[in-house]
Design a binder for this molecule. Structure first.
Ligand code: HEM
Length: 485
């Protein structure tokens, strides 16, 4: 086991440049981002529930054009990415990066302005998507007019955390910061590639291939590195022990960097894209499963002897549930990518189930764990109700697992009907019970989020805007274990 670089000892903190005490972490900023992320999640789920009613022929507002299901579907998916995940992961990064580098954000005011820009972006996104101004690129539907704002928000965010990370120079860097710094570069490239190349420069099947890379890389090279980076920070901290193997974490990081970018074409198997690109996507998708296994093994070996914590420590339970689901989703991926399996499940609800498993079951669950851990530190109050937090866990998990299994079976059924050339109506009729179960499981998930949001509200700080608290200054950071609280 390597203990070379741990979350607590990662970077020797810099010498204080002046005697001024500055708060290391901007608590208000972190809290606002987490809260905003959750509010966007609620909006996104409301849109998801509406769309699910369309599948049952019970869409309640089909007479209003701007709320037509196609547009509301885009609101659902885009708010998940640019509302929920972006805000919550930004909040988590603003907590983690200053603590690991020992440096506060260099431009705190800019970070606060960027917070409002991010919310403006979310609101404009909803209005423009409903207004029918979407860009015709899957997952890149953000209207062309809005793309520069998205890019600006991302650049300011990455400048702030990037400045902390790159200022520490050549000193040993903890694995969390490898992931975070890679995310800054990968995301910029991915966003530019997906939003501009297919639309303006590369038409046809080649554009489709690039859009496929974009869809997958947005998950794999933006959300995944920030998510895993956060896990490498929070899990050892909560377990109060270093990660089991530094070597395994190296393999995981470089494996992701090497194999992930090639996978995207697997969204378009059996399409006019050249077969060599499709075969490449199949091989790299299966390879990533091996890489993921090393990461999961590393985390479970870190847990050894402390399994009981999964029962008693709710944030850890969220983290490890997310990891099990991550392993499941990647295993599923390495099966569904086989060309023979694709023949059945392509275009079916199997894929939608897979998408919910990874976006909600993995990244959503990790964010919930972070939330449960951080909220009391951000408000200065303990959770109002542990029971409500437990309800949130069980309702979210039960709802998600039901939705996933339901759509998985629905997808196989649909695929076989299509292969057997059954009339289209027949597959639609047979799908209705599955879609009904999806709506019910969605309501269960939504009920879980209501528990959490009510609990957050009841546990809010005495003041709506609590003053920033200097957890420790750069000078304090020299205390052993200073960053482990
Ligand atoms: C209230 C619970 C939810 C319901 C009822 C719901 C419902 C839906 C529906 C009906 C679709 C469109 C499927 C289609 O066009 O065939 C969809 C797509 C999607 N949803 Fe949800 N959803 C819910 C929650 C979530 C959450 C919490 C997330 C992520 C954090 C999420 C992520 C996605 C993604 C990524 C897609 C796109 C799937 C694809 O294109 O393959 N959903 N959802």
């Amino acid at each position: 086991m390597s203990t070379a670089v741990t979350a607590a000892t990662a970077v020797p903190p810099p010498e204080p440049s002046s005697g001024t005490l500055v708060p290391l972490v901007d608590l208000t900023l972190v809290r606002r981002h987490l809260l905003a992320g959750f509010l966007w999640l609620v909006g996104s789920m409301a849109a998801g529930l509406l769309v699910s009613l369309q599948f049952l022929g019970r869409y309640p507002i089909d007479f209003v054009e701007i709320f037509s299901p196609g547009r509301v579907r885009m609101v659902h998916t885009n708010l998940v990415a640019y509302g929920f995940l972006l805000n919550c992961l930004a909040g988590a990064s603003y907590w983690v990066v200053p603590r690991l580098t020992g440096l506060p954000l260099p431009w705190p005011k800019l970070a606060r302005i960027n917070y409002w820009l991010m919310q403006l972006m979310g609101a404009a996104l909803v209005v423009m998507l409903l207004g029918g101004m979407a860009q015709a690129v899957e997952w890149g539907e953000t209207p062309v007019l809005l793309d520069p704002l998205v890019a600006l928000v991302a650049v300011i965010f990455f400048l702030n955390i990037g400045a902390c990370m790159f200022k520490i120079g050549r000193r040993p860097v903890y694995v969390t910061l490898w992931y975070f710094s890679a995310a800054t570069i990968w995301t910029a490239l991915t966003y530019l590639m997906g939003n501009y190349l297919p639309e303006f420069f590369v038409p046809g099947a080649a554009g489709g291939a690039i859009a496929g890379l974009y869809i997958h890389d947005l998950v794999g090279l933006f959300v995944t590195p920030l998510g895993w980076g956060a896990m490498y920070y929070f899990v050892p901290l909560l377990l109060k022990r270093p990660i089991y193997s530094h070597a395994l974490s190296l393999i995981g990081f470089w494996g992701l960097a090497f194999f992930y970018p090639l996978q995207g074409v697997h969204h378009f198997l059996w399409s006019p894209i050249p077969m060599y690109a499709q075969y490449g996507a199949v091989v790299s998708t299966i390879a990533i499963e091996i890489v993921v296994t090393t990461v999961i093994v590393n985390f479970f070996l870190t847990l050894r002897g402390q399994m009981d914590q999964l029962r008693t420590n709710l944030p850890l339970r969220w983290f490890y549930t997310g990891m099990v689901l991550y392993f499941t989703t990647c295993l599923q991926c390495s099966i569904q990518v086989l060309l023979s399996v694709q023949k059945i499940i392509h275009f079916s609800d199997w894929v939608v189930g897979h998408a919910h498993l990874v976006m909600f079951g993995v990244f959503g669950f990790w964010i919930f764990g972070i939330m449960i851990h951080l909220w009391p530190k951000l408000t200065g109050r303990p959770w109002w109700s542990e029971k409500l937090n437990a309800w949130h866990y069980w309702l979210s998990t039960a709802g998600l697992v039901t939705m996933f299994l339901d759509l998985l079976v629905a997808g196989v059924m649909q695929g076989f009907q299509w292969r057997n050339l059954a009339p289209w109506e027949s597959s639609v009729t047979a799908s209705v019970p599955f879609w009904a179960i999806r709506t019910v499981s969605g309501i269960v998930i939504a009920a879980g989020q209501v528990c959490l949001i009510w609990n957050m509200w009841k546990s809010r700080g005495a003041k709506a805007h609590a003053p920033m608290v200097p957890f420790f200054t750069p000078a304090d950071a020299t205390r052993p274990g200073a960053s482990s609280s």
